[in-house]
Design a protein around this ligand. Structure first.
Ligand code: ZN
Length: 83
């Protein structure tokens, strides 16, 4: 009998700074390049995993790419409003 070694599935994880996102909020998955638009809530392109709100402002958004399953963290939203 050969013991079957189960390969640990390593999920990729990327962090994208909000300042690097297009003005309409869309960006491409760093892994598979699929276009993801967080404003499009009816889209199956992504799945929201977690959101972090600080002082009533979105500080971090964690989503999973619907195509490759990559975890993508969007951070730095507050720094985007540098008027
Ligand atoms: Zn992807």
């Amino acid at each position: 009998m050969v013991p079957k070694m189960k390969k640990p599935e390593k999920k990729c994880e990327h962090t994208i700074k909000a300042m690097c996102i297009e003005s309409d909020g869309s960006f491409n998955c760093p892994q598979c390049g699929m276009s993801i638009s967080p404003d499009d809530v009816n889209d199956d392109n992504y799945q929201i995993m977690d959101t972090k709100v600080v002082n009533d402002e979105l500080a971090e958004l964690v989503i999973a790419c619907g195509k490759c399953g990559c975890i993508i963290k969007l951070t730095g939203f507050q720094q985007g409003f540098d008027a």
